[in-house]
Design a binder for this molecule. Structure first.
Ligand code: ATP
Length: 344
């Protein structure tokens, strides 16, 4: 289903929770709504579902305005973190539920349930009850139940939030695969950037009721348009006085400029192996944190500016070492615009 949303607004009392939100979603795409808690993601999803009505704005499904359609007539499937399965029903009956409401024949229901059991990897579990399943299996039943009536839009609100990290990881690629096979337009709410990057075709970053940026995960990562996006997606150090860094003197031409530097755009070296040149800075290693597969090295330059470098080896670096730093690229932002600046 092709989705078009324009000028969506929602207040709760005095509080303006969703502010002029507009976007489109291509048929068959999986969109991740990503942002901090309280930003308005769930409110947007609930308005699409018809569980909440907007104060202003239009919601179009396939070009048809659905603002006044009740949820059950919108052709939507839901999987919510707390949208529990029916505890007293077997897996089979849970999946069959929406089909019985549609008054399908026993034979039709059986065929569709078996198809979904196959699709979601639940074959052999049909007669179990929810309490006899793991958290991951239960969520797969929830997906099968949501997909059974052949909805045209699937809304997922933190569907894996209550699941252990390891299983959650498996479910992400499982979901990606499932959505590709079914080919259904889907919207996925999460506050976990890794989850959004891994699962979604496109990400919409939502903060304080607004869309900060929409694009493919890679576009957003390499070309963040606001400081919020740059610090929310991937890692970066904020540098207030970028024009004082060698190679970035031109940044002083822009007033009120803030800069962010990603760890992969800096290089460091020992004084003897990396001679001071016009584009390099002297620095000192302040802290080193172990991260499992890598070391995050905090480097102090120009007095009190800290920038983070990522290293795969620690033995060669020590806090207090004097080093040379080369910053290749910075993201610059002022109130209106963003640029990528390369070291001259
Ligand atoms: P989370 O990740 O925590 O679910 P979210 O981005 O989905 O956050 P929403 O749940 O949409 O955010 O909430 C946006 C804001 O609107 C929050 O400040 C929330 O407290 C407020 N809000 C949501 N629903 C209501 C309601 N029914 N009545 C009053 N305020 C509400």
């Amino acid at each position: 289903m092709h989705i078009e949303v324009t000028g969506l607004n929602k207040h709760f009392g005095q509080f303006h929770a969703v502010k002029d939100v507009s976007f489109t979603i291509e048929k068959g795409h999986l969109i991740g709504l990503l942002g901090p808690s309280g930003g308005g993601k769930t409110s947007i999803l609930r308005m699409l579902a018809g569980l909440e009505s907007p104060d202003a704005g239009d919601i179009l499904f396939h070009g048809r305005r659905v603002n006044d359609l009740p949820p059950q007539e919108r052709g939507i499937g839901f999987v919510f973190q707390n949208y529990a399965l029916f505890k007293h029903m077997t897996v089979y009956d849970n999946i069959a539920f929406g089909l019985k409401i549609k008054k399908q024949s026993k034979e039709q229901i059986r065929n569709r349930v078996m198809e979904l059991v196959e699709l979601t990897g639940l074959k052999g579990f049909e007669q179990r009850y929810p309490h006899q399943l793991s958290g991951g299996q239960r969520q797969r039943v929830a997906f099968a139940r949501a997909l059974a009536p052949e909805p045209q839009l699937l809304l997922l609100d933190e569907p894996f939030a209550a699941i252990d990290a390891k299983i959650r990881q498996e479910l992400r690629s499982w979901l990606r695969d499932l959505i590709e096979r079914v080919g259904i337009t889907s919207i996925f709410v999460t506050h976990d950037q890794d989850e959004a990057i891994e699962v979604a075709d496109e990400i919409m970053i939502i903060s304080q009721g607004r869309v900060e940026q929409k694009g493919t995960p890679w576009d957003i990562y390499k070309q963040p348009q606001t400081p919020f996006v740059a610090s929310f997606i991937g890692e970066s150090s904020i540098v207030e006085n970028i024009h004082e860094l060698r190679g970035f003197e031109n940044a002083s031409d822009w007033l009120n400029t803030k800069a962010l530097i990603r760890p992969e755009y800096i290089e460091i070296g020992q004084l003897y192996e990396f001679p001071i040149a016009s584009a390099t800075e002297k620095g000192r290693i302040k802290h080193i944190h172990f991260r499992g597969s890598e070391w995050m090295v905090e480097v102090e330059v120009r007095g009190n500016t800290l920038i983070t470098y990522r290293s795969l080896e620690k033995e060669v670096l020590h806090p207090g070492d004097d080093i040379v730093v080369l910053v290749h690229r910075a993201y610059l932002f002022n109130d209106h615009d963003s640029w990528i600046m390369e070291n001259r």
